[in-house]
Ligand binder design. Structure first.
Ligand code: ADE
Length: 223
């Protein structure tokens, strides 16, 4: 897979993707990641990428010309163009799974009040939000979305089974609580069932706890 991120802050997008699992996935040739500075496609002498809103209003908007030039240069036959914006569809694990099957993603990062809507009408396939809050810029969101996708690529995690039990592989259930050694710590004990060696009982306990945890933290998933 290839991911091209278009942003005013390439370092912000790349930093979280330059360590650990995603770093190894790049080294192994599983994914190629490029972060481009939108300013490189600005044509005027001040390298201007934003402007005031037509019709008035607070803030600035990313101009269409540099974005059209960037995407037209980077996109190919099978490219999908995502825009990171708080106005987008909520990003979900199943979307990460869908995107992980594609060859090429172009991720455009919003900034200030967003992007000129002609960009969305003409170039963007999907508008994506990573949550109901507003970040200073979409490069952070692009790193989040890229990470969630790349870790699903075959070979990225090393151990393929790691995907099976995790939260959202069943989209309606969070993961059960988990424990490691020591079995007793400051008077706090690991639940006995997990030390019983009885796999049937352990699976039943995990299911019960997963439902309890989902009810407590994400009741919306059970509706
Ligand atoms: N840019 C600013 N806030 C965002 C959000 N919540 N999701 C995606 N992109 C954003």
């Amino acid at each position: 897979m290839r991911i091209d991120i278009i942003t005013l802050f390439p370092e912000i997008a790349l930093a979280p993707l330059s360590e650990s699992i995603i770093k190894r996935a790049q080294a192994a040739g599983i994914v190629e990641i490029f972060a481009h500075n939108l300013r490189d496609w600005a044509t005027d002498k001040h390298k201007k990428t934003d402007d005031y809103l037509c019709g008035g209003g607070q803030g600035m908007l990313l101009k269409p010309e540099p974005i059209f030039a960037a995407i037209e240069e980077l996109r190919g036959e099978g490219s999908r163009v995502l825009l990171m914006t708080p106005q987008g569809k909520p990003f979900k694990q199943e979307m990460a799974q869908g995107y992980s099957k594609l060859e090429h993603l172009i991720i455009l990062c919003g900034h200030y009040e967003g992007v000129d809507h002609r960009v969305i009408d003409e170039l963007v396939n999907d508008e994506i939000s990573i949550g109901d809050y507003v970040l200073t810029n979409g490069a952070i969101a692009a790193a989040v979305v890229s990470d969630a996708i790349i870790r699903l690529l075959p070979g990225a995690l090393g151990d393929e089974r790691s995907h099976q039990d995790e939260s959202f592989s069943d989209p309606n259930l969070l993961e059960a609580p988990a424990y490691t050694k020591p079995n007793s710590f400051n008077g706090l004990d690991v639940p006995e069932v997990l030390l019983s060696g009885n796999h049937g009982k352990i699976e039943a306990w995990k299911k019960e706890k997963a439902v309890e945890r989902t009810k407590a933290n994400r009741p919306d998933l059970l509706d």
